[in-house]
Each structure stands twice: as structure tokens, then as C-alpha cells.
Design a protein around this ligand. Sequence first.
Ligand code: SF4
Length: 403
Amino acid sequence: MLHVRCSTRVCHVVPCVTMTSPYFMHSRSVITRSGAQNAASSLRSKLTDRRSNVDPVCSVAVKVKVEEEEEEARIVAQRPSSAPLSTGGCQPKTGTLPLCAHSRRKRQVKVEYEKDEGVTPVKTEHWEPPDWKKQLGYIREMRSGRDAPVDNMGAKKCYDPEAAAHVRRFQVLVSLMLSSQTKDQVTAAAMQKLRAHGCTVEHILTTDDEALGKLIYPVGFWRTKVRYLKLTSAMLQNEFAGDIPDSVEGLVRLPGVGPKMAHLAMDIAWDQVSGIGVDTHVHRISNRLGWLKEPSKNPEETRKALEEWLPRELWSESNWLLVGFGQQVCLPVSPLCSVCLNQYSCPSAHKISPTKRPEAGSPRSPKPKTEPEQESTVKRERTKKEPLPTPVPPTAQRRRLKK
Ligand code: SF4
């Protein structure tokens, strides 16, 4: 029986704890709040006395037990005197002190774990094509001449700069509607005729379908476009006071206006970048250059995939750059890979048109040769064609000389 008491006064009595170790069998530890340290040191001295009879492994175990008991005594000493000292729910089946202290620590770990539940951070991986900056730089270089059809006849060039602001915006929308499936040259010519006739909401509504058809002919799907122009003009007059909507949601509600037109109209007419205007050129080139994580099936898929990684400040420029590049170099059929600055990094280079060269007279074709250059080329060609004289063996030469 082991009783530990404070020498001056007994402050608080804890329930007795039975020790299951051989060293604690039949022992009972009574620890007081103020005399906890004394109890531990007394216990240690008692155990030290017995150490001579203990094997090394057991000795280590005893040391651990003593330290744990000290820990327990410290916890007890810190507990308020009014608090019950009952081990309560953590009372181990064996009733040993170390297990009780251990289970307290375990419970704390559990609480922390529960706190972490539901706060699992969602990792989002940023992806971008490896060479896109270099490739975009090369496209800028190839587009530096600004001599593509889009530069002179695109939607930015088709409205009347002298007209009122809402009329200019309407004309931007009309030119975008006409440009679908139509070359820029044809769209620009149709817009010139329309503007001369009067390209306002009121004029379109008062013009009959046949006359309107003649004005916009030969743009692609001109009959359908006549119908869309009439329906859109009526909607603008009734719902938007003759102006065009200033949001993508409003614009796509108009008959014949899709997301590409809506984003371009927002950019050109309202000077607001809402998304990338992806037409057939942007869609094709993005796929050829490997600018999409997965190949896309349509322009809308391409737009979403590009907007995931392309910095927003480049959204407006990307349409203008790629459309012109697609009109001059990265053509839909037979792209001019041999003159493209991206041919060494583009995964599609020379796969679509291995031998295609720019047409004679096109801005990308090689310069015509001067006369001396042409003469030297002709001479080289002749030398190639004329067979070299057959060498005569020396014996045959001697025979000929004798004769
Ligand atoms: S290398 Fe050919 S396919 Fe690739 S971007 Fe240039 S022109 Fe287009």
C-alpha cells in the first residue's frame, strides 16, 4: 500500500487507481492536488529501490510508466478543486493510469480531424500550351503588315463613322450578321449598298424583303439573312428603343445572332470584352497549334477552352490576329506551312500541305527573280539536263592515235 500525502495539509483526494503492472500490484496511489509532485517523486524513489531486481526491458517500461504518472499528476494538479476528478467516460477497463492519459490525447486528435472534415481544398490545375507565347509573337510578326481582308473590310470598317452612336452600333451588328459564311470582301460590298440605301432600324423595317435581298446579295444564305434582319430590327425597335442590347444575354436573344457575334458586337460596338469571338479561323488555328487541351468539335467549345487559359487582356486581339492569319497563311485548305514562322513548333505543320507554296503574286510568295538570276538558273538547269561526255579508256585512245 502506497499513500502519498502532503506534509502540511490534504487539499483534495483523488479516487484510487489500481496499477496492473507487477510493480503496482496490490498498490494504491492516493495523490493530492497540492502534493502531486511529492507523490510522483516518492513513487519514483520506490521504484528506483526495486530497479536492481528488474531486467532492462522492464526497466524502460517502468520509466515510461513513471513519466506518464507524473504527467497525470500534473494534469490533476492543474484541474480546479471543484471539478470532479472522475475519469468518467475515459475510465479504461483495466483502470490503469497510463491508458487513461493516452485516451485523453486520442480524443483530442479526433476532434481536430472532425474539424478538418468538409474543408478539403479543391485543387485546380492550370494548363496552358507550352509554346503559345512564342507562337503568338510569331503570328503578330506575320500580321504586322495589317494587309489581310479583315484589316480593311472587317466589322470594324463597315459602319458609317459619321452616323449617330446607336446607328453605328446597329451597323456593326448588321455587318456581323452578314459576315457569317461569307468572305469579308462580299460583306463589305453588301454593307456599302445597305448604307447607301439607309442602314438604320427604321429603313430596314420599311424595305420589302425582295429589295433587301437585292441589296445584300450575294452574301451566304442571303434569303435567311433577310428574314433575320427584319425580325431583329423589329425586336430592337420594340424592346431596345432602336439600339442594340448591351449584354451577351440580350444579344443572343436576337434572331440570327450567336455567341461569336454577341462577343464581337460587345467588343466593337460597346468596347467591352465579354469573351473571345471564335469564328471558323480561330477554331481551326487553335486546334492546329495545339492550343486546346483536347481537340474541340465546334467554335463554342473552342471559345470555352481558350478562355480557360488565355489571359483576358488578349481576348480582343486574339480574334483579329487569328482571323487575318487564317486568311493569309494558315488557310483552311492547304495552309502555307513552308512560310509560317510557327512551322517548327506547330504540331500540324506540313501534315496538311507538305509541298504547298504561296501562289505567285500573293503577298507571301517569294520575290520574282531579276534577269541575271533567271539566266543563271537556266544555265544550271541545262547543265543538269545535258549528259556528261563518256570518258574514253586510255588503250582505245592509243589505238585511235596509231590509225
Ligand atoms: S505551321 Fe502550318 S498548320 Fe501550323 S500554324 Fe503555321 S500554317 Fe498553320
